[in-house]
Design a protein around this ligand. Structure first.
Ligand SMILES: [Zn+2]
Length: 474
């Protein structure tokens, strides 16, 4: 052995014996690990260091970590996603939404619509170094057609006008340079504008989220995009007279009465939705669903089937209200009570249809994503995702499949399945520690003991402090 080799050997021996570096990272010990890729693993120790999972091993093995959290009797799942949120929809909630999400175990969100001048500062803050906040993926504005639904008149301004294919190309090219993670196509676009949007997004490698445009059939539009929201307008394509309904819509979209966008859209929903549900044709619908086989569906059942299980009827509703800023609490309490008391028949019918269709889609292998549309329709940020998971189970998903819809499916949508969605070495350290088994009852995803966000462990009390701090001194 030459001298250099001897020195190296001595150094190695010294490192192994005397001067080991101090242990780092955090270990959660004796915990039951549950994810939708590996199923259930009992008696595990999970170590995370920085924002990565460093080890997953049997609790019988010794591990070195700077900090230990006893997970005995507890359950560890991957951090949850809310796959349909609007951070800038209600200014009185924007500042508190990130903390609220974390307090309910949501460590990633997909924002599906907001104007760029409002979105960009929010995204920048959430992504800044050291920010205790969920990961955020955003689309920028709703890309609408010649008429805009969310135009700032009767509804908040989160949509923009795209009257021609050239408008659409320019808008998406600009959004891409501003850093959006995907695009969101809205309901009033014409087929040529829709095609230009799809083509441009594909060229730029941006995933495409969409509503089914009223000018198109779901089997055509749905097959061209990566995700569809709310199941809305799919009922029109599942009707025995789908072609006829489509013809009528094309005429109405000429907008002879020059209605504002929101009114034009509502008038078409009112005219066709219920008749279409009543004219449901299984064969026609199976053709539609076959075209959607690889298009993720985000049914937002807590919105679409709201009347079937309104939040005001839940035991934990007051606790959820207690977490939102005092300035909006009273308003939400009374709105929620009112909504629970007077279910509109048409909404109940759509709710039942949405549950039925979600179950059928799931049975046919269509990927399902868990999203809420928070804060729209008294959806407390974070809280409402757990309601969505319960709806998904009621619609036919198993509890583990519901967890997949809020972990693995969203990761796949952004091609991040190697980074997120399961509890494995090398994956991001986003985790939720639960007091009760979510596979026994999906409602147990609410039993949050602590949350790991980007490698920071926050116990339940610290999470609640974070929420209060966010609205006391935003
Ligand atoms: Zn939305």
């Amino acid at each position: 052995m030459n001298t250099a080799a001897r020195i190296v050997l001595l150094l190695v021996v010294a490192l192994l014996t005397g001067c080991q570096p101090a242990p780092s990272g955090t270990a959660i010990t004796n915990v039951t690990v549950i994810d939708a890729i590996n199923g259930v693993r009992e008696d595990q120790t999970v170590v995370f260091d920085g924002d990565r999972i460093a080890a997953v091993s049997s609790s019988r093995q010794e591990v070195d970590a700077a900090r230990t959290i006893d997970g005995t009797g507890k359950f560890l799942i991957p951090g949850l996603w809310d796959f349909h949120v609007h951070l800038t929809y209600d200014d009185s909630l924007t500042d508190v939404m990130p903390a609220l999400f974390l307090s309910y175990g949501i460590t990633s969100v997909r924002d599906t619509g907001g104007l760029m001048h409002k979105m960009l500062p929010v995204v920048e803050e959430l992504r800044s170094d050291g920010a205790i906040a969920p990961r955020v993926f955003f689309s920028g504005p709703l890309l609408d057609g010649a008429f805009v639904v969310y135009d700032g008149e009767s509804r908040p301004e989160i949509g923009v006008r795209n009257a021609t294919p050239a408008d659409a190309r320019a808008a998406i090219t600009e959004l891409e340079t501003q850093g959006v993670d995907f695009i969101k196509i809205y309901e009033m676009v014409s087929p040529d504008v829709f095609d230009a949007m799809v083509e441009t997004a594909n060229e730029l490698g941006l995933p495409i989220d969409s509503h089914v445009p009223l000018s198109m059939r779901a089997r055509v539009a749905g097959a061209a995009v990566d995700s569809i929201e709310h199941l809305r307008n799919i009922e029109l394509d599942c009707a025995s007279n789908a072609a006829e309904l489509h013809e009528t819509r094309l005429e109405l979209l000429g907008n002879p009465d020059a209605l504002p966008g929101a009114e034009l859209r509502s008038s078409m929903h009112s005219l066709q939705r219920t008749p279409a549900i009543e004219a449901y044709d299984e064969k026609a619908c199976d053709q539609t669903l076959a075209a959607l086989r690889s298009t993720m569906q985000v049914p937002t059942l807590r919105l679409g089937a709201f009347s079937l299980a309104p939040p005001a009827r839940r035991d934990d509703w007051e606790d959820a209200l207690a977490r939102i800023p005092p300035a909006v609490r009273e308003d939400w309490r009374s709105s929620a009570m009112e909504l629970a008391g007077n279910p509109v028949q048409e909404f109940v019918q759509f709710g039942k249809w949405a549950m039925f269709l979600t179950g059928r889609m799931h049975a046919q292998g269509i990927p399902i994503g868990a999203g809420t549309d928070t804060p729209i329709l008294v959806a407390v940020p974070g809280y409402s995702l757990h309601s969505e998971l319960e709806y998904l189970v009621a619609a036919g998903l198993s509890p583990l499949e519901a967890i997949a819809s809020a972990t693995v499916r969203p990761a796949e949508y952004f091609s991040l399945q190697d980074e997120m969605g399961a509890i494995e070495v090398g994956k991001k350290a986003d985790l939720v520690l639960l007091d009760a088994n979510p596979l026994d009852d999906i409602a147990n995803t609410r039993s949050i003991s602590g949350v790991v966000t980007k490698g920071d462990y926050l116990h339940k009390e610290s999470l609640l402090d974070l929420v209060q701090k966010a609205y006391r001194d935003p």
